[in-house]
Design a protein around this ligand. Sequence first.
Ligand SMILES: *Cc1c(COP(=O)(O)O)cnc(C)c1O
Length: 356
Amino acid sequence: MQAIDITRTAAPKQKPVDQNQLGFGVYYTDHMFLMNYDAGEGWHNPRIVPYAPISLEPAAMCFHYGQEVFEGMKAYCGTDGKIRLFRPEQNLARLNLSNDRLCIPLIDEAFALEAIKALVRTDADWIPTLDGTSLYIRPFIFATEPHVGVHPARSLLFCIILSPVGAYYPEGLDPVKIYVETQYVRSVRGGMGFTKAGGNYAASLKAQDEATKQGFSQVLWLDGIERKYIEEVGTMNVFFVVGDEVITPSLQGSILGGITRKSCIELLKSWGLRVAERQFSVDELLAASKNGTLKEAFGSGTAAVISPIGQLKCGDEVITVGGGKIGALSQRLYDTLTGIQWGKTEDTFGWTIVVE
Ligand SMILES: *Cc1c(COP(=O)(O)O)cnc(C)c1O
């Protein structure tokens, strides 16, 4: 494995004093990881350097053709003082899935995990300790080759930055209001909806903007072809508890395969519940709401872990789920996942790794 060269900053930044006011993605640590790719050389020169602006040519292809992918994960400081990562190998496997779809040279997943650990160790004193806080880890890869012409870039940069983030729910899990988007679509099968590519988010801004103006916190996307089947919610996968079954849309190419989603499915099954990964239409959702079998709805993702859904607006219909309160299963999933992540609950699945 290549050695990672470390250059420590001579001017450490002032760390945020109040861990209640961290927010999300506001502060960045003292260091970042960089590694270059050049055709003929492969990935080379892995290094940890002071966090600083990156200089690129205006013709750098990422600016023009959007060849960029990213990941999102966290390091958690446990109640036992240990630093844990949650299923990081899954994030790196997904990064390569995204790389492959966008013609970005694959990375060595084991090496990338070592890079993440080395960076987290370097900035370990930035990991917040207040209950519910964590260190968000953002790996990303983008095309740097200066060339105004469409082709897979021959030079790219792999970068990892870290951001101390606040508790997502400082006042307990509050159900959100969701807008079912019937005009815009995020992705279609055959596109790149299953990847974490920046371009997917550019495509989502307009709908999110309009939903925000109408007082909703997130958009629920429908399939791009029939506008009938539920796909996912903003930056989260989505689950519905209907009768004694838990339903989540199957991954058919247009939906991001969340690691929180996967973990929820595995937990629910381990608890003896029936989980169906299948197509689920808005009509079915509305019918379940009307006949009283819709018990819970929630989103799943790294940032919020579980986000209970209290209300959905679809066209002229507004449905309330679980009386606008968090459901028992949503709460149990949240408690179990966060328990494992912060080392409060025994990790019987072997999902966490300790950074030493
Ligand atoms: C990252 C992401 C998710 C959630 O994935 P996790 O691995 O659970 O964090 C869901 N949907 C989209 C569009 C995403 O980008």
